[in-house]
Design a protein around this ligand. Sequence first.
Ligand SMILES: Cc1cc2nc3c(=O)[nH]c(=O)nc-3n(C[C@H](O)[C@H](O)[C@H](O)COP(=O)(O)OP(=O)(O)OC[C@H]3O[C@@H](n4cnc5c(N)ncnc54)[C@H](O)[C@@H]3O)c2cc1C
Length: 379
Amino acid sequence: MRIAIAGGGLGGLTLARILHRHGIDAMVYEREASRSARSQGGSLDLHPESGQRALADAGLAGRFRSAARPEGEEHRILDPAGRTLVHHRPQPGSFTGRPEIDRSALRDLLLDSLPGDAVAWQHRLVAATPRPDGGFGLMFDGGHSADCDVLIGADGARSVVRSLLTDAALSSVATLVELSISDADRRHPDLAELVGPGNLWCIGVNQILAAQRLGDGSIRVGISLRADDRHLDTYRSKRALLDMFDGWDPSLTALIEAGDGPPTPRRIEAMPTGTRWAHQPGITLIGDAAHLMPPVGEGANQAMLDAAELAAELATNPADPDSAIQTYEEAMFTRIHPIAEMSARVQAMMLSPTAADDIIRFFTPQPAESAPAGRAAIL
Ligand SMILES: Cc1cc2nc3c(=O)[nH]c(=O)nc-3n(C[C@H](O)[C@H](O)[C@H](O)COP(=O)(O)OP(=O)(O)OC[C@H]3O[C@@H](n4cnc5c(N)ncnc54)[C@H](O)[C@@H]3O)c2cc1C
């Protein structure tokens, strides 16, 4: 069984690693030129029941604990005047919650766990064609080609493989503008203290100014705005952003002024909740390719859990990959539906006129709960 995984992100690499542990080879085709070709972005909190469970299946729980930052779970929510609405402090040194890990550290951890030749870098899949005798012919940018018996699309938000299974369209759910502040403790001690070791969200009317501490001492700033038709260039100047936050406390807007370079805007998209497809032989999707959701703290966790569950099915039933895939797909559709609905609700709530009140309610543990129901991770 030749398994091809399109995409070497968190989902694809977790899948390759767990299959490898079961003695099943898989080839990962990744469009980037090398592991360091692109900055991997901010940090993630990995949940015990999904991301951390997948790392346990991958035999990487110990290495995760060495690389993770439990103190990064600390988060503060402020209003535009700088008043604290919520301040969550995790138990010092405790790994029982949702410790943060930088994306780059997590990706490195997965890459280091794979044989050197498991990832074919600079292989952007441009087309997959079903072969008459089963499996797929794969065509890559630049003219390379390959064959496989099973094709797994782990190629993220704009998946090429997805179009072989569903014509679900993406819709814009927000605009995210990012800035980075390097060496924050030395260069901007006030901002370092404001953000703390984890996440900060300043909630306004239809807009959020957020900041997140990374393991390298930098601060990643993210501005979330409602989706609109304005050209992305509108958001490329700090001056324009500062105008949007007119009236906010200067201690907060200092996060925009301190950005190292010009702001980088992008559209945040999602698939319709409840997306599913009719099973087809020899092909499936995991992660954002299968269920792109608004970024409220579940996407990477679910991508890794998809990988763990699909790998477990394939390892249990190696002689019948189609039945393994079908079992995975049914369970994944059922698991993801309520999570995608919750993500859409939280996203709408975060960028609403009454966001501050709604978020306080959301983050206030109910009597039976000991932790917030979810993480409103706009970063
Ligand atoms: C701003 C933001 C914040 C977020 N915060 C969180 C969070 O706190 N917690 C959380 O759980 N999730 C979070 N998410 C969601 C999370 O990033 C994704 O859900 C997760 O990365 C999905 O993993 P994946 O492996 O499916 O896709 P990706 O991580 O996107 O990986 C896809 C890979 O496929 C490669 N690729 C793409 N196309 C091709 C092609 N044609 N051929 C070959 N390779 C290809 C890409 O280069 C990439 O390496 C956030 C998302 C955003 C946008």
